[in-house]
Design a protein around this ligand. Structure first.
Ligand SMILES: NC(=O)c1ccc[n+]([C@@H]2O[C@H](COP(=O)([O-])OP(=O)(O)OC[C@H]3O[C@@H](n4cnc5c(N)ncnc54)[C@H](OP(=O)(O)O)[C@@H]3O)[C@@H](O)[C@H]2O)c1
Length: 377
């Protein structure tokens, strides 16, 4: 703990000035905590497979400029606001990038370091108090976004009752949490059969692991890439695969071989707007089937209205997850029911200092779906 105190006057940050310029390493005044906030030393921050496309403008994510980009991270609390009641300096925490307006939690929500959201209220959050994120030595975060982690259990040696993870392994929490939000929202139950599509991307394959840990009886993973599907299959005997071929009828026939489908989890990226899987899975959902939509599709899609009405289907969109869901998810991790590291087929694809951000983004772009890439400021 002493290593992190007191706060230096300045610290190193990565700054985005404009989407047409590369990020720059700068020295800036260290943030200060006040009521409702903490300042944490960033130990490892997540990099998304498409971070490069976010900050070069290709994904058209709105954010203030200039700002310090970032994502969810693992940090150690250094200073706290006077209204903190349980968090303490030195504590290891998960820094959740989902920042909500305290007076408007459903109407104002940003992803710190990534996107300013879609309402005026959200914009206000990211253009003001919560502008800068975790690609920095220190970061200021809301108290409620600091989720305590049991350091002894997670990082302690296996022969002393720990799980033996390294700090960077814990970044998998941020990826696995995304599908947990949607799967918890549609109440995936032990023993149920779920189709996950596409299951071959980083968040899609995370959904496969989370569904297994939540007790799914059968996980049908869909994707175009056969090799990636085969790799997924090797994780667990409850995983089966169906390829997305563009032939809706053939996909439907292949899905039918897996019996009644209870749940469909969709995590399509924007490029999959015309993919056939949406309709082929809806065609096989059982009466009362539930659908979770968590993808990044921007365009409008048509869907079989009559199938929804006749089979009492329901569809729920989920953006990220709630604080309650993070707390229950961390229990899943700390219990060991959802293993990280080698046991869970999850690894750290690379660790990069702030100055190596370009390499970090490239590594994340090409990394395997079970790998996380970390920025370690
Ligand atoms: N709701 C939320 O809170 C939330 C949070 C985080 C992310 N997201 C969204 O989730 C999306 C998926 O994330 P990800 O990391 O798993 O994947 P990704 O890296 O964005 O995209 C790769 C995945 O999409 C598939 N794919 C690409 N083009 C396709 C096409 N034309 N037709 C069908 N499948 C296609 C790939 O399948 P193959 O390997 O088979 O080609 C692979 O499974 C993101 O793009 C993001 O927008 C949502």
């Amino acid at each position: 703990m002493a290593d992190y105190l007191p706060l230096p006057e300045t610290h190193r940050v990565l700054q985005l000035t404009s989407i047409v310029e590369p990020l720059q390493l700068k020295t800036a005044p260290t943030p200060q905590s006040g009521p409702g906030s903490v300042v944490a030393r960033v130990l490892a921050a997540s990099v998304l497979s498409y971070s490069g496309d976010i900050y070069n403008g290709q994904r058209q994510y709105p954010f203030p400029q200039p700002f310090v980009p970032g994502a969810s991270a693992i940090g150690r609390i250094v200073t706290l606001g006077p209204d903190a009641t349980t968090l303490i300096p030195g504590q290891l925490v998960f820094l959740d990038c989902t920042i909500r307006g305290r007076d408007n939690p459903t109407g104002a929500m940003i992803l710190s370091g990534i996107i300013e959201g879609f309402t005026e209220a959200s914009r206000k959050l990211m253009h003001g108090e919560w502008r800068d994120s975790t690609y920095a030595e220190y970061t200021k975060f809301p108290l409620e976004n600091c989720i305590p982690l049991d350091e002894q259990r997670l990082l302690g040696p296996v022969n002393a009752g720990g799980l033996g993870y390294c700090v960077e392994d814990l970044l998998h929490i941020s990826r696995l949490l995304v599908p947990y939000g949607g799967l918890d929202d549609i109440e995936l139950k032990p023993g149920e059969t779920i189709v996950i599509a596409p299951a071959t991307g980083p968040f899609g394959s995370a959904a496969v692991r989370v569904a297994l840990a939540m007790g799914a009886g059968r996980v049908v993973a869909m994707g175009r890439n056969e090799t990636a599907l085969h790799r997924l299959c090797a994780l667990d005997s409850r995983i089966f695969t169906v390829q997305i071929t563009g032939n809706e009828q053939a996909e439907t026939e292949a899905l039918k071989r897996h019996g009644p489908i209870d749940v469909f989890f969709d995590i399509s990226p924007p490029m999959a707007v015309d993919s056939t899987h949406l309709k082929s899975v809806i065609a096989v959902l059982k009466h009362g089937g539930r659908i979770s939509l968590m993808g990044g599709v921007r365009g409008d899609l048509s869907f079989p209205y009559a199938a929804f009405m006749q089979r009492n289907l329901s569809m729920k969109g989920t953006f990220m997850f709630s604080r309650e869901q993070i707390l229950s998810f961390v229990k899943l991790i700390q219990s060991g029911l959802l293993p990280l590291g080698e046991k869970g087929g999850l690894s750290v694809g690379g660790k990069f200092g702030l100055e190596k951000w370009e390499e970090a983004f490239e590594e994340a772009r090409v990394a395997g779906t079970g790998e996380v890439v970390a920025i370690v400021p």
